[in-house]
Design a binder for this molecule. Sequence first.
Ligand SMILES: Nc1ncnc2c1ncn2[C@@H]1O[C@H](COP(=O)(O)OP(=O)(O)OP(=O)(O)O)[C@@H](O)[C@H]1O
Ligand SMILES: [Mg+2]
Length: 250
Amino acid sequence: MIQLRNITKSFGSLQVLRGIDLDINQGEVVSIVGPSGAGKTTLLQIMGTLDQPDTGQIIIDGQDVSKLSRKKMAQFRNQRIGFVFQFHQLLPEFTALENIMIPAFIGGIGRKEAQRRATELLEFMKLTDRADHKPSELSGGEKQRVAVARALVNHPAVVLADEPSGSLDSQNKDELHRLFFDLRDRLKQTFVIVTHDESLASMTDRTIHMVDGCLTSDESSESLLSKKDVTTMDSPSLSFNTNSTQDEKQ
Ligand SMILES: Nc1ncnc2c1ncn2[C@@H]1O[C@H](COP(=O)(O)OP(=O)(O)OP(=O)(O)O)[C@@H](O)[C@H]1O
Ligand SMILES: [Mg+2]
């Protein structure tokens, strides 16, 4: 699903990534942990094509992204990669529903289909009654769930999340974390999550440790929580899945 080969990156004389090799499979929830300044965000941004490596190869969903033109890369990013940041970054003047629809519009999906997907995602997030609320009228946890819905609306190959629960209290944090595993179980959604949260990292399928621009260890957890044991939210199932929907966009 994702293959990184010998990724390096420097900012001036500071080498931030020192030859990263990493493979991530579909349906895996992978956490990246490590001290501040280790290069986690830089790696995630490069994985998400928001930043360019100095050397190396990034293959996502079979596509070597470095071979894409700027325009095609932006298109690829819109359609195949979802982002969730520490602070939701919803657009304040739009409602929850509209915020979720925006990446679909950008991807050329018609209004009706975009609205159908956004409505379905809001239902899945148990936020149907918040559809018309603007971000300032939502709680922190609700905003972050809207941000996850927005990341999912184009059925991405992977969702990249940078400290997604970093600004949440413990209850909202737990709920958001459960949501990731629920989406993995129901949609085989792949997640790469940078986190300082040890309880989240311990629940993920694999934890990648990063120190000083290098991956120091890669633990597959035969986790205490098997996929089936992870508490799933009692939500309606989504009618789409991540693999079979590309054709619908025509
Ligand atoms: N645009 C930039 N220009 C110069 N230096 C940068 C830039 N972005 C990041 N750095 C530096 O690169 C190093 C790695 O930064 P990065 O944000 O990837 O760390 P991180 O592991 O995400 O840390 P944290 O856990 O604090 O978020 C840091 O020393 C940082 O100061
Ligand atoms: Mg960071």
